[in-house]
Design a protein around this ligand. Structure first.
Ligand code: ADP
Ligand code: MG
Length: 307
């Protein structure tokens, strides 16, 4: 078999690696151009959805309270999905988490360390929730009814992975890895389904389970991934209903056909905790494994299909 093509870049606060197995159907040059186009989606989604950049479309939207704003397809899709998950989970998942993230010191771009702001919208408290975000499907507009800071950190990486995967679809056998969130197309260089390890959240060097995946996404939310600046603030997944860090899960891994769905549901199930989290995944026809801080495991009924 011919050599694989691999490219890596630091994007969206993580390392993105894209590998395409072999050179079929169009040869090496075409393959490498497709990988570059796939990588470009991460740049575009980052530029659009970056909470740390005053010029991003996301931040510009946040500066226009009370006015319907026509959104690009990228921003519209990410906000529409995030608000839908928020409605379904009654605010356990809430993309209006941005102000709470800033208060906890998550106010710098992970990569450039640029602080967020100051922003035009920065005067006064930002108390809005997802209930203050109007999504108009017909006009493709978004309206913020109250001051709030949208944070799409729970879904944007997944959206970028899905767009990159579409770009590579004709090449069939490929792997997209954005800091452990994955889309795996076809098979690996040995002609077998891709194999994904689920880590022990309390000893991330150790694998708890290995799962085979072909043509699907796998996303994990773990409390070990991004600690807050102050140790007492815990990690990067917040339960806005209590104002504290979500504590009922240590990690959630979700398998779904779409990476945006897997990414969003992993964060949502993390906040909901094992019981309601598993119910959420099953309602969406997704599979997953929730590991609690005591290392108890809760799996969807379909999980065994992946073994
Ligand atoms: P990562 O892959 O960066 O570890 P996750 O998919 O686990 O991210 O999502 C965590 C991110 O989601 C946080 O960094 C923050 O941007 C956002 N977030 C935190 N709490 C919530 C919440 N309750 N609802 C929606 N988004 C959240
Ligand atoms: Mg997520």
């Amino acid at each position: 078999m011919s050599a694989s093509g691999v490219q890596s870049a630091a994007l969206m606060g993580t390392l993105v690696t894209i590998e395409v197995v072999g050179t079929e159907p169009g040869g090496e040059a075409e393959r490498d151009a497709a990988i570059s186009r796939a990588m470009e989606w991460f740049r575009r989604v980052e530029k659009t959805c970056n909470r740390f950049d005053p010029e991003s479309e996301l931040r510009r939207l946040s500066a226009r309270i009370g006015q319907p704003v026509t959104a690009s397809p990228l921003l519209f899709e990410a906000v529409r999905f995030a608000v839908a998950v928020a409605e379904e989970t009654e605010g356990a998942f809430d993309p209006a988490v941005g102000a709470a993230m800033e208060e906890r010191g998550f106010n710098r771009d992970y990569r450039t360390l640029q602080p967020a702001g100051p922003f035009a919208e920065s005067s006064g408290p930002k108390t809005g929730t997802f209930r203050d975000v109007r999504v108009d499907e017909r006009r493709k507009t978004l309206t913020l009814l109250k001051p709030l800071v949208l944070d799409l950190g729970a879904v944007a990486k997944g959206l970028a992975i899905d767009l990159a995967a579409q770009e590579l679809q004709s090449l069939r056998n490929f792997a997209i890895d954005a800091g452990g969130d994955l889309y795996l197309g076809g098979h690996n260089a040995r002609g077998q389904p891709w194999s994904v390890g689920i880590r022990n959240p309390r000893d991330p060097g150790e694998m708890i389970e290995t799962v085979e995946v072909s043509d699907g996404a796998v996303c994990t939310s773990g409390d070990y991934e991004r600690p807050a600046a102050r140790a007492e603030d815990g990690h990067h997944i917040i339960d806005l209903r209590t104002g504290g860090t979500a504590k009922d899960a240590a990690s959630v891994t979700v398998f779904a056909p779409s990476a945006m769905v897997a990414d969003g549901l992993a964060t949502a199930a993390f906040v909901l905790g094992p019981k309601a989290g598993i119910e959420l995944l099953e309602r969406h026809g997704a599979d997953g494994l929730i590991i609690t801080p005591a290392l108890e495991r809760f799996a969807t009924r379909g999980m065994t299909d992946h073994d």
